[in-house]
Write a protein that binds this ligand. Structure first.
Ligand code: 13P
Length: 269
């Protein structure tokens, strides 16, 4: 049997770990956190942090030349214009953003974002050279009702419909809503099962889907990351709470780097 680490490498998928700071931090704490992260690197996995909009300039300055990327947690579905309070994808590109999260469950829930709206945001992000990280995931009630697969496929199919074969340029994050910020993580087997469903759906839409990174998110921490990354279709993580602590986040980045090196458990030399 091909080891899972080899499965990632054979498919040309470099593991990706993204920190989602959500609405946390201060200007001072952000800069401190990034200084610690820079010192902990470099990492063989790709690493990126998605910060609140007002901190983008500071984050760009702190991470310049470090190899660590940065991005935002949302963007508008519109080009610049009369949309008070919104931030356009082209503005994020101006700040050197590599990634932008779209369709996070907290936005779907608190801002009533629909599947088609999320797809439109992903399209705008791509058109300005950003990589959208599209989040999908079921609630506890949906899982209990046995509709996990139905829900995530519906969410992803809106994006596939809008992007067509260009869908291979996005990153997908599976984040079961019941695992976010709760300390409850999907088991590696539960997460892998959903990732396999998503991969199959993507493969039907694009011949390049085998190269796409599918991230898992939901209470990822230093203790559970390695086992999650050992799954053949889990190519990294979208990390909330643990991304605010240098030691925890860098341990997760190191776990992903072991996969990048093609040997789980092997230290970087
Ligand atoms: P936690 O890692 O805090 O559960 O958050 C996950 C998440 O929502 C990342 O986008």
């Amino acid at each position: 049997m091909v080891s899972s680490a080899n499965a990632h490498a054979a498919a040309g998928r470099r593991p990706l770990v993204v920190g989602n700071w959500k609405m946390n931090g201060t200007r001072v704490s952000c800069v401190e956190l990034l200084a610690g992260l820079r010192a902990a690197g470099p990492f063989d996995a790709e690493v990126s942090v998605c910060c609140p909009f007002p901190y983008l300039a500071d984050v760009a300055l702190s991470l310049q030349g470090s190899g660590i990327g940065w991005g935002a947690q949302d963007c508008s579905q519109h080009e610049p214009g009369a949309y008070t309070g919104e931030v356009a994808a082209v503005m994020l590109a101006e700040f050197g953003c590599r990634h932008v999260i779209v369709g996070h469950s907290e936005r779907r829930l608190h801002h009533a974002e629909s599947d088609t709206l999320v797809a439109d945001k992903a399209r705008l992000a791509l058109s300005h050279g950003l990589t959208p990280i599209v989040c999908v995931g079921e609630t506890r009630a949906e899982r209990d009702a046995g509709s996990t697969e139905l829900v995530v496929k519906r969410q992803l199919s809106a994006v596939i419909h809008t992007l067509g074969h260009c869908v291979s340029q996005i990153v997908v994050a599976y984040e079961p809503v019941w695992a976010i910020g709760t300390g409850l993580t999907a088991t590696p087997q539960q997460a892998q099962a959903v990732h396999a469903v998503l991969r199959a759906q993507l493969l039907a839409a694009s011949t390049r889907a085998g190269e796409m990174r599918l991230l898992y998110g939901g209470s990822v921490n230093a203790g559970n990351a390695q086992e999650l990354f050992a799954q053949p279709d889990i190519d990294g993580a979208l990390v909330g709470g643990a991304s605010l602590k240098v030691a925890d986040f860098s341990a997760i980045c190191r776990a992903a780097s072991h996969v990048a090196l093609g040997s789980i458990g092997k230290s970087r030399t």
